[in-house]
Design a protein around this ligand. Structure first.
Ligand SMILES: Nc1ncnc2c1ncn2[C@@H]1O[C@H](COP(=O)(O)OP(=O)(O)OP(=O)(O)O)[C@@H](O)[C@H]1O
Length: 592
């Protein structure tokens, strides 16, 4: 597919306001994408790599502005690009406003007046660019990007720039892609038409909706297991439902972590009759993969990979965990757990300590001397060729105990229907320095990526919120070089499961000068526009924030405001998608 065709289709999708009509346009794009289907399924979400892969393009906005400036001609500088960005508000519009082709004359676009860029070609070049490492790699990245922009028409430049900065902004999120894949390859055209037909009989429409929902559920499961929209789209097209049902976990590829909601012992017992109770360890989530890429009974390649809850590869930062797994496990597994920092007596240390080790890239051995980390596994997703996602909690835990014994490394699971017994368990957990307890529905499966009601977390501490930083203000006087006030937003999921962010307050308290410098360095590359001292930020960073009260307030778009917000820490282990939702804010507001 020509990149120009892709850009034109993306433009149509962006312009379409109605959700079902948007899905239909995307469905048609997928149905005609041919061999470019996997790439197109990622590009529409602003992705080059599937979610399970740790690779990123790693192109900061400044490099992108520089490349656009260079392609725009001799008189244009990166500062001009930034200025235009402040005026137009988004990089796609900026890129489309320059005349890249003009430099070389229209002849450069060939006879049809079109560029020669293809979807596959753009994908190839962006992947090569991501692989560039070492000295001179920034220059090589700039050259490649310049080369791409230089070949773009205005329409193509709009979407290339957005792709490069991973923000497609065409209103297509994971939910829309999932539905479009189902409609393109699994749903009858008649059913797809019936759900869009206002005149259709209710019964016909309902039956069509049920069949479509079932198809969507099939696609959803395959996505949860593989984390790869490109691959799932191709399997749906080439192998249909059976193919999707056969998509299994792959040792070595991270799965999205199952998440928990806040809840009480009464909630748990009322709902399930009995609860599986575990310690809530205060560490960082880690998914352990051991074995080769091939699921089977024998370990073909003794390799350990560790992933964070964002599916980032953190293996190199945690050599003790790697050594532990190598020593203790002799079959391919995928385990879920927490890595905790412990003192010399094995007692848990505060969460902040593990953050000093987790994701560390330098001086790992030196830090290992200072802070000891250990694995606390609480779930087993795969063992010796068996996928266990659909097995109940108790069964998965039993497999875990079979693998590692009833040792410190495995959470101790109490199955109980007695509130008093559970409260004792909790008191013991707190006494031992843990964060609280987890209550799990004993018969529930493992639902990747899902913050459902089957896992409840109970912690007695005052709640904090994990909020996304979506704006900031430059300081004054001595602090003029630093961003000093940060605009916070809560996550809202729309009907398609896509995230948007609604403001809830500003935090400026609790931050030292040293920390401000660090935060400025962290956030500056994410500035998308500036007006006066206020900047808009790409939503990438999550702050943990304390507060005294949540108030209903018209000042912010969430409808709430935080009273006395105070900065606690950057949640480096979280992304905007796992930040706190407005629903949680609403619930906390009601409970106070
Ligand atoms: N036994 C356990 N079972 C499941 N999760 C556990 C357990 N012990 C600790 N955890 C941690 O608790 C987290 C569950 O809480 P939640 O999904 O709300 O994450 P969170 O927003 O980071 O919560 P918090 O800020 O309370 O840690 C898990 O992601 C995991 O990291």
């Amino acid at each position: 597919m020509q990149f120009a065709d892709f850009a034109a289709r993306a433009n149509d999708i962006e312009a379409e306001p109605a959700d079902l009509a948007k899905t239909a346009l995307l469905r048609d794009l997928f149905a005609t994408a041919g061999e470019d289907l996997p790439v197109v399924a990622r590009f529409v979400q602003g992705r080059v790599f599937p979610a399970w892969q740790s690779s990123t393009l790693d192109i900061g906005p400044n490099l992108c502005y520089e490349a656009i400036a260079r392609a725009a001609g001799q008189n244009v500088t990166a500062a001009d690009v930034e200025e235009r960005l402040a005026e137009l508000g988004e990089i796609g519009a900026v890129a489309a406003s320059f005349d890249f082709g003009g430099q070389r004359g229209l002849a450069a676009f060939g006879a049809g007046g079109q560029s020669d860029l293809t979807v596959a070609g753009v994908d190839d070049e962006l992947r090569q660019l991501a692989a560039a490492e070492g000295s001179g790699s920034q220059d090589r990245k700039l050259d490649t990007l310049f080369g791409l922009f230089n070949r773009c028409s205005a329409a193509e430049a709009r979407y290339l720039a957005r792709l490069v900065l991973s923000e497609m902004r065409i209103g297509v999120g994971e939910g829309t892609v999932r539905d479009a894949v189902a409609e393109a390859f699994l749903v009858d055209a008649e059913d797809a038409a019936a759900i869009r037909d206002d005149e259709a009989e209710t019964e016909v429409e309902e039956a069509a909706r049920d069949r479509r929902d079932a198809a969507i559920a099939t696609v959803e499961r395959a996505l949860q297991v593989s984390n790869d929209y490109g691959r799932v789209a191709v399997v749906a097209r080439d192998e249909g439902r059976d193919g999707l049902d056969a998509v299994e976990l792959d040792v070595g590829r991270p799965v999205q972590a199952m998440l928990a909601q806040a809840g009480t012992v009464t909630d748990a017992l009322d709902e399930w009759g009995e609860a599986a109770v575990e310690t809530k360890f205060d560490g960082a989530r880690v998914q352990v993969h051991y074995g080769s890429g091939e699921a089977g009974n024998a370990v073909e390649e003794e390799e350990v990979s560790l992933f964070s809850r964002n599916m980032e590869d953190v293996t190199d930062a945690l050599p003790e965990v790697v050594e532990f797994v190598e020593a203790e496990i002799d079959q391919p597994v995928i385990l879920d757990g927490e890595v905790v920092a412990v003192d010399d007596a094995g007692a848990p240390l505060p969460f902040q300590e593990i953050l000093r080790r987790f994701r560390r890239k330098h001086d790992v051995e030196q830090m290992r001397e200072e802070i000891t980390v250990e694995l606390r596994a609480f779930d087993c997703l795969h063992a010796a060729g068996d996928d266990l996602l659909t097995q109940p909690v108790t069964e998965r835990h039993a497999r875990l105990a079979e693998l590692l014994g009833h040792t410190e490394a495995v959470s101790e699971l109490l199955l109980s229907d007695d509130a008093e017994e559970i409260e004792h368990y909790e008191a013991d957990a707190l006494e031992a320095g843990h964060e609280g307890i987890m209550l799990k529905n004993p018969v529930s499966p493992y639902s990747p990526g899902n913050r459902g009601k089957n896992w409840l977390k109970r912690k007695p501490d005052v709640e904090t919120l994990d909020l996304v930083v979506t704006g900031a203000e430059w300081g004054e006087g001595r602090r003029a070089k630093f961003l000093g006030t940060f605009l916070l937003s809560a996550r809202v999921e729309d009907a398609d499961g896509d995230d948007e962010f609604r403001t809830i307050g500003k935090v400026a308290t609790g931050i030292t000068d040293e920390k401000l410098a660090e935060l400025t360095e962290l956030l500056e590359p994410d500035i998308v526009s500036q007006s006066g001292t206020e900047v808009d930020l790409r939503p990438t960073t999550v702050f943990e924030v304390g507060y005294e009260e949540i108030q209903v307030s018209p000042t912010y778009s969430s409808g709430y405001a935080l009273r006395f917000p105070r900065f606690v820490e950057v949640r480096e282990d979280k992304t905007p998608e796992t930040a706190d939702s407005l629903t949680r804010v609403e619930r906390l507001a009601e409970e106070q």
